[in-house]
Design a protein around this ligand. Structure first.
Ligand SMILES: *Cc1c(COP(=O)(O)O)cnc(C)c1O
Length: 230
């Protein structure tokens, strides 16, 4: 199957799973993670209706944003301090913030561009050493640090589940949702009103993520790979 057909199928499946879970299909964004394809791959997905894309490399997000400035471009990769101005120049959302020093630098870069940068705090819920993200017990402090930065707005939390076991993935997503509720309850009203999103779920575990309240599923292979089998 081609990219356009994959995208249309996924969109339908996401919508069906929302309905099964008693959720409004409009409440979940299918973010097409285009990191493995070039401009033509993005174009195919756009022709099928995709308008929000995820990238994990600064050079790629810059290039694709320049090619398709009207799409929304989400940065989901490892943040290198020196690339922060580039990322901020084109990202609608940064999903992968977990260090206070990066938050401060994002604030300065966004101020210079006259924008407020929307971010998610990446949390290492599962505690796997290979995963990046702040520890759950440190997440609130980082959110609070960000709420003190005028050009950074924390919109929610992001996590990656351990690969392989879907019941473990489900537990991980539940853990992020519980942490989200806890943090939201501790925020003042002015900040809580923007704290609305849960970025969780990828090609192998997006169904579990939607069942646990995800509002953004980040799907790469299931859209862009020729022969992905769920
Ligand atoms: C690559 C990537 C994805 C998409 O993964 P797939 O398994 O291909 O769907 C989602 N989130 C992050 C952070 C990624 O790096």
């Amino acid at each position: 199957m081609g990219i356009a057909e994959n995208y249309r199928n996924k969109l339908e499946e996401v919508s069906a799973v929302c309905t099964e879970c008693g959720r409004d299909p409009e409440s979940v964004l299918l973010l097409s993670v285009s990191k493995t394809v070039g401009i033509e791959g993005v174009r195919s997905a756009m022709e099928a209706g995709a308008s929000a894309f995820g990238e994990n490399r600064p050079d790629q997000i810059l290039e694709k944003h320049e090619a398709f400035p009207d799409a929304s471009w989400h940065f989901i990769g490892n943040i290198q301090s020196r690339r922060i101005p580039d990322i901020v120049s084109c990202a609608t959302l940064i999903h992968s913030l977990y260090q206070g020093r990066h938050a401060k630098k994002i604030d300065r870069a966004a101020a210079a561009l006259g924008k407020v940068q929307d971010v998610f705090i990446e949390v290492n819920v599962s505690g796997e050493e290979s995963k990046s993200g702040v520890a759950p017990e440190e997440a609130f402090d980082l959110v609070q640090l960000c709420t003190g930065l005028p050009h950074v707005r924390v919109r929610g939390l992001m996590t990656m589940a351990p690969a392989g076991d879907r019941s473990v993935a489900s537990e991980t997503f539940k853990g992020l949702h519980d942490l989200f509720d806890d943090i939201k309850g501790r925020l003042g009203q002015a900040d809580a009103q923007f704290f609305t999103e849960l970025s969780m779920g990828m090609s192998d575990d997006w169904r579990e993520a939607i069942a646990q309240g995800s509002t953004i599923v980040r799907i790469g292979r299931a859209v862009f790979s020729e022969n992905f089998v769920e």
